[in-house]
Design a protein around this ligand. Structure first.
Ligand SMILES: Cc1cc2nc3c(=O)[nH]c(=O)nc-3n(C[C@H](O)[C@H](O)[C@H](O)COP(=O)(O)OP(=O)(O)OC[C@H]3O[C@@H](n4cnc5c(N)ncnc54)[C@H](O)[C@@H]3O)c2cc1C
Length: 420
């Protein structure tokens, strides 16, 4: 590949400029986290704020190397060079640093998140993409019940607000978007419960939860005459803050969300897609199927610890117009069973782990399951979307890119949770 760094137009980082160092110990962890889980956003910053083109993005490696009060230093290196497996910082002659300025300078790492989000919003706007929103929304709980052994469905309502002139205010809940996620404020409900219990022990009122907020996906939303109805499906995995919060909710409770963002699914519009879900991303995959517009039905890998949770997909129907009338279910030991109670056509490859399983082991299990399936099926996978645990994602991305011979943009596998 041509050395994209030869062009003087790329030499935009004035290293002599005295940017202010933020030398706090927690920055190293933040930098590692962003490099592991938010590479696509760093590429978006390069695309939006430097002359590097969309086509070139697939041929470079990027790393966040420093956080200054005024912005981020990104180190970019061409891929497939002899040193591509080594650190860019060890080979400065083959890499190029770019400075991406924050909309406003920060004074402490606590302020980094706000400026990072502001930068992402600016980049997405420039690239014409939907972006993260820092808006507060309020839902009412109407009901909750299990839809599979460990999946709890919250039925929510967001009433339409009437203006003083009698017209109704349409809410901004996306009805036709799969994977749209909300950051739920768990503390809101904990505080209300403390105060309504007329708790005389003040120390309890100020006690903080181990986790004050948690992301959950809008499983489905639809308009009714009185407002928006919505489902949010929460996977219960024992005694955890998110699960306890969801379990404790009762009809009439209010839920507050603080942040919301769209899922990265544009690449699934055409080609043969492979969707990979665990219990936390089954709601996203279910909605993807219901809103499926791609003429080719996807292949779905569904990973659960408990076999009973595989039933989650039993009632999910792929959008009509897709050719076929049978859902195929192939169990993990490759014995093929056909389930024809649902009149749809998408193939589910279930993987039941029976115990907590993540990282390299689960990644290999998923990779082998796909490999075995492709031995018998003459299909070429063109696109991948999945969301799993952090260490599984890290191991699985390179495996699938190699097996399926796909580019970074074609394999989107997100981190939805993290094993302690
Ligand atoms: C964009 C996005 C959308 C999401 N949508 C959904 C959704 O629709 N439904 C949903 O259920 N989750 C969803 N998640 C995942 C959810 O936010 C995480 O699973 C979250 O960590 C749960 O919080 P917790 O308080 O229950 O457990 P934590 O406080 O995160 O963890 C407590 C303990 O449980 C373990 N643990 C955490 N999650 C799991 C798990 N899934 N399986 C097994 N062990 C686990 C941890 O290792 C830890 O030991 C989404 C996440 C993201 C980022």
């Amino acid at each position: 590949m041509a050395n994209i760094f030869l062009s003087s137009a790329y030499n935009t980082y004035d290293q002599d400029k005295p940017y202010t160092s933020l030398n706090t110990p927690e920055l190293n962890d933040i930098i590692t986290y962003i490099n592991e889980e938010h590479l696509d956003e760093l590429l978006g910053f390069l695309n939006a704020f430097t002359p590097i083109s969309t086509a070139e993005l697939d041929n470079i490696e990027v790393q966040l190397t420093r956080v200054y009060a005024e912005g981020l230093e990104l180190q970019v290196q061409a891929k497939n060079t002899e040193s591509s497996s080594t650190n860019a910082q060890d080979h400065p002659e083959q890499s190029q640093a770019f400075f991406i300025a924050f909309p406003a300078a920060i004074t402490h790492p606590d302020e980094l998140q706000i400026q990072y989000i502001a930068l992402k919003q600016k980049a997405d706007k420039k690239l014409g993409k939907k972006t993260i929103k820092l808006t507060k929304q309020v839902f009412d709980v109407q009901d909750s019940y299990r839809v599979s052994k460990n999946m709890l469905r919250l039925e929510l309502n967001m009433p339409t607000l009437n203006n003083t002139n009698g017209t109704s205010n349409p809410t901004s809940v996306p009805i036709n978007e799969a994977g749209y996620a909300y950051l739920f404020d768990l503390e809101h409900n904990a505080l209300i419960k403390d105060t309504t219990a007329d708790n005389i022990d003040d120390s309890k009122n100020t006690s903080r939860l181990a986790r004050s907020h948690c992301y959950y996906t809008l499983r489905k939303a639809w308009q009714t005459p009185t407002g928006i109805q919505a489902w949010v499906d929460v996977f219960l995995h024992g005694n955890t803050p998110g699960g306890n919060w969801a379990n404790s909710l009762q009809a009439g409770d209010t839920l507050v969300t603080k942040r919301e963002f769209p899922e990265k699914i544009e690449h699934l519009r055409d080609g043969q897609a492979l969707l990979i879900a665990d219990e936390t991303s089954m709601p996203t995959v279910a909605r993807l199927l219901e809103l499926w517009e791609n003429p080719t039905p996807p292949l779905v890998v569904s990973v659960t610890q408990n076999a009973a949770d595989q039933r989650y997909f039993d009632t999910v129907k792929i959008r009509s117009g897709i050719d076929g009338s049978i859902t195929n279910r192939i169990d993990s030991n490759s014995e093929c069973t056909t389930k024809n109670t649902v009149k749809d056509n998408f193939t589910v490859l279930p993987i039941v782990t029976d115990q907590q399983c993540s990282g390299q082991h689960l990644a290999s299990l998923i990779d082998n399951t796909i490999g075995n399936y492709l031995i018998d099926q003459p299909i070429k996978i063109d696109k991948v979307w999945g969301a799993l645990e952090a260490s599984t994602v890290k191991a699985l991305r390179p495996m699938l890119r190699e097996r399926l011979d796909l580019s970074r943009a074609e394999v989107v596998i997100k981190v939805y949770w993290r094993q302690d």
